[in-house]
Design a protein around this ligand. Structure first.
Ligand SMILES: Cc1cc2nc3c(=O)[nH]c(=O)nc-3n(C[C@H](O)[C@H](O)[C@H](O)COP(=O)(O)OP(=O)(O)OC[C@H]3O[C@@H](n4cnc5c(N)ncnc54)[C@H](O)[C@@H]3O)c2cc1C
Ligand code: SF4
Length: 479
């Protein structure tokens, strides 16, 4: 064992410095500073180099974490970067936005032993940011292009990861996306203070330089039929994500200034990218000087509350029907939001939206927790006569997402879907019921995580390759 490791006994856990809440709420930049080199080496050296690394088991990509921590501690950063990239297409993005407290770091053995986790995500980001700066990350050079093409619907992390892996193998790839920019929710969902957009843009530019074609502003089912697209390519991957907002039907739901989360976040992200956004510029989707109420305690809700704070809202309150312990969002994000001035109204839900033409207040009812439901979490039950009114100029609904009706949008009624509306695949081959059509990411899993979308995109590559090789053999035999 290198003498450089197992330092958790003497060295305390330290995250990269977090900007103070007063300073960071003045802008949309990431809230953590980067590790300086010595700090990254020091923090990596805390790893206990477990024989059975639970961090690796609980990382959806099974990243070889102990080995790249050791390489970092030894100052062998180029090797650390190559190892990190061998299992992950976007290590710096995962390092920034994975909920590490629920994945790798939450299962770190020294964390369990009470010493504080190795700061795996921050080191992963440090290694890859360094690789970008040093010019170690290069476009793919295809030596022998294979005369078979794959059409990928959706330029989110699942589609991008699959495109990159297939291109490395030599296939011709076209990605189709209805947004004007590639990146999916990495661009228009997740705010800058968690993930600055240049990190997504340099990834997609790299793929363009690798010979992958991008067709933006191009919607399957509208600009081309799904059947026509299938005829253009030897295989198809559907990676369209989930975008139908879950609704809340209450008296007053149709009042003005009640918005779904993605409308609010997309407008804010577009402004950050320098776009003109009419409904933001005229104040409609801008939280500035307003009393804002956000409904929902998941990660999307946390992104909305913290965006509203940065837009200089007068007040930002979050209604969540259970308590802090039962909240679905990452504990780290809730803590960050509280630091920034968000007020959480635990154990509460909206009962009525009040106003004449636009919202002016919300009637809120208190809950208590009853017995655990099928999800294992305690069920919220309304407390009789506990209603109170809260002033609101704008309400944002962050209640989750469901899949759109893809068979209808694609005019492909034979595409098999589950009772939840997600695409049904053969779990071994990742193929749908339509031959040569594969699916990956949120559209299969339901709303999930970036790291799982990358994993699915990589797994789909293996299956698409098998399918294409088999197809080629059959074509040769038939000729
Ligand atoms: C606000 C918000 C914050 C989040 N924060 C985090 C986080 O911090 N960490 C984390 O790990 N995960 C987070 N997630 C979840 C994560 O973003 C998703 O799980 C992930 O992006 C799913 O990847 P995907 O490739 O399956 O789909 P998406 O990223 O949704 O990409 C799908 C793409 O398909 C395109 N598309 C859809 N239909 C069509 C069509 N008919 N024709 C052409 N193109 C089409 C869309 O335009 C989009 O670009 C967050 C999600 C949201 C909404
Ligand atoms: S990809 Fe995510 S879960 Fe895996 S090591 Fe990186 S931060 Fe942890």
């Amino acid at each position: 064992m290198s003498e450089k490791m197992l330092k958790f006994v003497n060295i305390d856990m330290q995250m990269p410095a977090k900007r103070t809440s007063e300073i960071r709420t003045e802008d949309f930049k990431e809230i953590y500073n980067r590790f300086v080199h010595d700090k990254a080496r020091e923090q990596s050296s805390r790893c206990s180099q477990c024989g059975v690394p639970f961090c690796q088991i609980h990382c959806p990509l099974h990243n070889n974490i102990p080995d790249w921590l050791k390489l970092t501690a030894e100052g062998r950063l180029q090797e650390a970067h190559e190892l990190a990239h061998s299992t992950n297409n976007m290590p710096e993005i995962c390092g920034s936005i994975c909920p590490q407290d629920r994945l790798c770091e939450g299962n770190c053995v020294i964390e369990k032993a009470g010493h504080g986790t190795v700061t795996i995500g921050s080191v992963e980001k440090y290694i890859t940011d360094t690789a970008w700066e040093k010019g170690w990350i290069k476009p793919i050079k295809v030596l022998k292009e294979i005369n078979q093409s794959v059409g990928i619907i959706g330029a989110g992390p699942a589609g991008l990861a699959c495109a990159e892996e297939l291109r490395k193998l030599g296939y011709k790839i076209t990605i189709y996306d209805r947004y004007d920019r590639p990146g999916g929710l990495l661009i228009y969902g997740i705010p800058n203070f968690k993930l600055e957009k240049f990190t997504v843009e340099r990834r997609t530019n790299l793929l363009k330089e690798s010979g992958i074609k991008f067709k933006q502003d191009f919607e399957i089912g509208k600009d081309i039929s799904f059947d026509e697209l299938r005829k253009k390519h030897d295989a198809i991957l559907i990676a369209t994500g989930v975008y139908k907002p879950r609704e809340i039907n209450l008296p007053g739901s149709d009042l003005k200034n009640i918005f779904p989360a993605m409308e609010f976040l997309t407008a804010s992200n577009r402004k950050g990218l320098g776009d003109k956004v009419k409904n933001f510029d005229n104040g409609t989707l801008n939280a500035s000087s307003k009393d804002i109420i956000i409904i929902g305690g998941g990660d999307t809700g946390m992104d909305c509350v913290r965006t509203a704070i940065r837009q200089n809202a007068k007040s930002v309150k979050c209604l969540y029907r259970r308590d802090r312990e039962n909240m679905p969002g990452s504990a780290r994000e809730v803590y960050n939001a509280e630091e920034e001035g968000v007020e959480f109204i635990w154990l509460s839900h909206p009962k009525k939206f009040i106003g004449t033409s636009q919202i002016s207040s919300v009637l809120v009812e208190r809950n208590k927790l009853g017995k655990a439901d099928s999800s294992g979490r305690k069920k919220p039950e309304p407390i009789p006569n506990s209603e109170f009114e809260m002033k609101a100029d704008m309400v944002i609904k962050a209640l989750g997402f469901d899949p759109e009706d893809l068979p209808k949008l694609f005019n492909s009624s034979d595409l098999s879907i589950s009772t939840l509306g997600t695409i049904k695949i053969n779990l071994k081959t990742m193929e749908t019921n339509l031959p040569g059509v594969f699916a990956a990411g949120d559209i299969v899993r339901g709303a999930s995580l970036v790291v799982w979308a990358i994993r699915d995109g990589r797994d789909a590559t293996i299956q698409i390759k098998k399918y294409l090789e088999h197809k080629q053999r059959k074509d040769v035999e038939a000729a």
